[in-house]
Design a protein around this ligand. Structure first.
Ligand SMILES: [Zn+2]
Ligand SMILES: [Zn+2]
Length: 283
């Protein structure tokens, strides 16, 4: 078993900064007489505070345990030098891209992620809409641990990736010149939160936007997005926002005719329905 110390929980340490920056942005928005949906704002804050427990459980505890377990079967030891950090940070960012894309393309994962897209607003508080049910996140450590990235570097890279994505949830920052080529920026992530047809299922990146450019999921911000889901949710209940899609899946699976449909409702994209048979033609 590896003898490395569990790193401190960076997401918890960052919380005072999050709260301060959210407060500053809200003051500026009110100063600019922007309409603020108070219930939407407090739902975001509630989800953020609530998410500290599952994030710690899934990544800080189960993910850490799983990484130390697999690290004993690593190919090489990449150590704690620049090579270890480079593979950890870039590798996690690629894994995040894949996980995020699957969270949009597979309904069971979408059920966890949908709450992140449920707000009609787009400000720093929106970043706190994190899932409470991302049971699969410990699996994300596996490729890096098996290659030989140390568990503490994996957990810190995962936390830094999440922390980076906080500041891009704002309309206060415009374009950032050449950085837009490489980094995920507020402009790119505004597109990701847009429900306009040209913005749907685009810009999945975490820190780097290069994955979207490479894999054909990149879209430029050409006009201000309409934020939220294509079918906006009416509830502002934190529990409702977190669990409603799981309830919808359960109802569809219960009503399904056969295993093919049941699996379809779980693993096909959100909104998938079995093809209705052609009406029989008359004699
Ligand atoms: Zn998303
Ligand atoms: Zn986001």
């Amino acid at each position: 078993m590896i003898a490395v110390e569990h790193p401190p929980d960076l997401t918890l340490l960052a919380f005072p900064f999050f709260v301060t920056l959210i407060g500053v942005e809200q003051v500026v928005l009110r100063h600019r007489a922007r309409r603020i949906d108070g219930r939407d704002f407090w739902a975001s804050i509630g989800m953020g505070f609530g998410s500290t427990i599952p994030i710690n459980l899934f990544m800080g505890f189960v993910g850490w345990w799983f990484a130390t377990l697999l690290w004993d079967h690593r190919l090489v030891d990449l150590g704690t030098g620049w090579a270890g950090w480079l593979v950890a940070m870039v590798g996690w960012d690629l894994i995040f891209y894949v996980e995020h894309r699957l969270s949009h393309e597979v309904r069971f994962f979408w059920a966890s992620h949908v709450n992140h897209h449920s707000s009609l607003e787009y400000n720093l508080s929106t970043a706190l809409r994190q899932p409470w049910t991302a049971f699969h996140t410990p699996l994300m450590v596996a490729p890096l641990a098996l290659v030989g990235v140390r568990p503490d570097l994996i957990v810190v890279s995962g936390a830094l990736n999440l922390l980076y994505q906080f500041w891009i949830h704002t309309e206060m920052v415009g374009r950032l010149g050449p950085l837009e080529r490489v980094l995920n920026t507020p402009s790119h992530h505004r597109v990701h939160h847009g429900s306009n047809p040209r913005y749907l299922d685009k810009n999945y990146g975490g820190i780097l936007i290069v994955w979207d450019r490479l894999f054909g999921t990149f879209a430029e911000e050409v006009h201000r997005p309409t934020y939220g889901l294509t079918q906006p949710v009416v509830t502002r209940s934190v529990l409702g926002l977190q669990y409603r899609e799981f309830g919808a899946i359960a109802r569809d699976v219960r009503r399904a005719a056969g295993w093919r449909e049941r699996v379809g409702y779980l693993l096909r994209p959100p909104g998938w329905r079995p093809a209705t048979p052609e009406p029989a033609s008359g004699p």
